[in-house]
Ligand binder design. Sequence first.
Ligand code: TMP
Length: 239
Amino acid sequence: MIKGEMLYEGKAKKVFATEDPELLIIDYKDDATAFNGLKRGTIAGKGIINNEMSNALMRMLETKGVPTHLVKELSERETLVKRVKIVPLEVIVRNIAAGSFSKRYGIDEGKVFAEPTIEISYKNDALGDPLLNEYHALAMELCTRAELDMIKSYSFKINDELKKFWAGCGVTLVDFKLEFGRLSDGTIVLADEISPDTCRLWDAKTGEKLDKDRFRRDLGGVEEAYREIMGRLKKQLEA
Ligand code: TMP
């Protein structure tokens, strides 16, 4: 596969064209940002870990009936994916209160919810990804009702499968962010990434944070946490 022109550079990834108009190459960077780009840094080796982890989790989800953009891992940092038009929604699934939810509603971090929740934000950096409800999404024609229903149903299914998987690694899945895309025929598939950048992952016994919150909150041990969580995932895949 020939890596063509760079089409897009995001905060954590670059996207390249290929000779096939339906396929793209994602290239994962070590750059990290938080608070809508206000905080910037580098997490050495992050791109390699996120690439491998996201692909492993998407492969697992495919076996459970969740379609994804994944085609093939090409190298440590590069993956071939199906070209999608990203639905401009950030879908956040939460099992335990943390982060912006705790802040917004005044609920202590760590409070286990009676049932998982979903919230959606408008994927728009200039506006700081504002929270929106389903009526807003439909009014702005960000997606159709059928797409929204499918996205929610996939998101809960993904939560069930990821929770089970991480539990097997001795890790509690607190919350995570998903993005979906449309293939050229309109099919909705999971896109973007699933990684410690986009999930909160706590050690099941100690509650130690094994995700990007270590960077966001200056907790130290960022690289170590990424390596630890990756090590656990690999051990679980081999088991
Ligand atoms: P939040 O509590 O800050 O809203 O974050 C919820 C989850 O979404 C958390 O696992 C981190 C992830 N997330 C992203 O992947 N990208 C983002 O831009 C934000 C704000 C959160």
